[in-house]
Design a protein around this ligand. Structure first.
Ligand code: NDP
Ligand code: OXD
Length: 311
């Protein structure tokens, strides 16, 4: 039987995804009609990404699931017309990209690379040899697919890593804390704090004046999670007093970050344009195809979102 898979992931992504998706569906043994335009009442699965033209799911009467190309689901999770199972993206390429980005930015701050990279001015600055990783505790808020992988990479380099999640976790080489009580301890130890939480009602403004004050003086924040995790004004105030030594921010409340936003001009802020990582078509297509196969076989889908929890 032919399965109808609607690609509603954006016309700009279609050229990158069409061939890998066809190949992956084929490899998964699924006979599929894959297209950007299929009559709604014939669609079985919807491949989706934020900003899609598809906002009203009501006419998709026989669809069995929405398969998101992004890890973050805040743009679709509250859609009142969506009553279908929603799967988010967990992709080995996306994870590897995030591990590389987080490790790179943590090492930049740990090694004080800017001192030498930005000052090739004839001054021999040999008064500060960087400490070893085991003297620089790192905290990761969020121990999901991405937080766990980044934690493992940083722990392998020797950083003492504390991770924080909503529910209790037990992860080799990481000190795991959870819940409201665990947040204080996680922040108090982190000289570099990496945010890899989803955006939900509970995580919004989790980094505010109160939590910023818990971090060691001069701590560095690295945020590839979501902009609304951080209260921008509180962060700017903490940067101005030196409570926070630097913030490397990849995600923002408004994207693109408006040119007049104070983050751009602040000397202790590094802005990167939501490029920490991205879903990679070749590996992600296999995840989508496996979920279509599972759906057709009556098996549980991978990476299902809990709509009440919001991630
Ligand atoms: P997961 O859903 O796998 O993990 C989310 C983690 O956050 C879990 O450990 C979860 O806890 C924890 N969490 C959620 N809510 C709370 C809370 N209220 N208190 C404490 N912990 C909480 O997500 P991923 O790791 O795959 O992705 C994380 C985020 O990274 C995405 O949602 C997205 O926003 C962002 N992202 C950014 C990219 C970029 O390029 N900048 C690229 C890809 C993703 P528990 O384990 O208990 O469930
Ligand atoms: C994602 C992202 O959520 O790229 O996948 O931010």
């Amino acid at each position: 039987m032919t399965v109808n898979v609607l690609f509603a992931g954006g016309a700009d992504r279609w050229p990158q995804y069409e061939e890998p998706l066809r190949a992956a569906l084929d490899e998964a043994g699924v006979t599929a009609r894959l297209a950007q335009d299929i009559p709604p009442d014939q669609v079985d699965y919807i491949v989706y990404s934020p900003g899609s033209w598809l906002q009203d799911f009501t006419p998709y009467t026989r669809a069995r699931a929405v398969l998101n190309l992004w890890a973050g689901v805040e743009n679709i999770v509250d859609n009142p017309t969506l009553h279908l199972p929603l799967a988010r993206m967990v992709d080995e390429g996306l994870t590897q990209g995030m591990v590389e980005w987080v490790t790179g930015h943590v090492l930049r701050h740990h090694l004080g690379l800017d001192t030498h990279v930005l000052h090739q001015d004839g001054v021999w600055r040999n008064d500060q040899v960087p400490p070893l990783a085991h003297d620089r505790p790192v905290t990761i808020l969020g121990l999901g697919a991405l937080g766990r992988a980044c934690g493992a990479a940083l722990a392998a380099l020797g950083f003492p890593v504390t991770g924080w999640s909503r529910t209790p976790r037990d992860i080799a080489r990481l000190t795991c804390r959870h819940g409201a009580d665990g947040l204080r301890g996680a922040l108090e130890t982190g000289r570099i704090v990496v945010l890899l939480l989803p955006r939900t009602a509970e995580t919004e403004n989790i980094i505010d004046a109160e939590t910023l004050a818990l971090m060691p003086h001069g701590a560095v924040i690295v945020n590839p999670g979501r902009g609304p995790l951080v209260d921008d004004d509180a962060l700017l105030a903490a940067l101005d007093t030196g409570q926070i030594g630097h913030a490397t921010l990849d995600v923002f409340r408004e994207e693109p970050l408006p040119p007049e936003h104070p983050f751009w001009a602040h000397p202790q802020v590094t802005v990167t344009p939501h490029i920490a990582s991205e879903t990679r078509p070749a590996s992600a297509a296999r995840v989508i195809a496996e979920n279509v196969r599972r759906g057709e076989a009556g098996e549980a889908l991978l990476h299902l979102v809990d709509r009440d929890r919001g991630y």
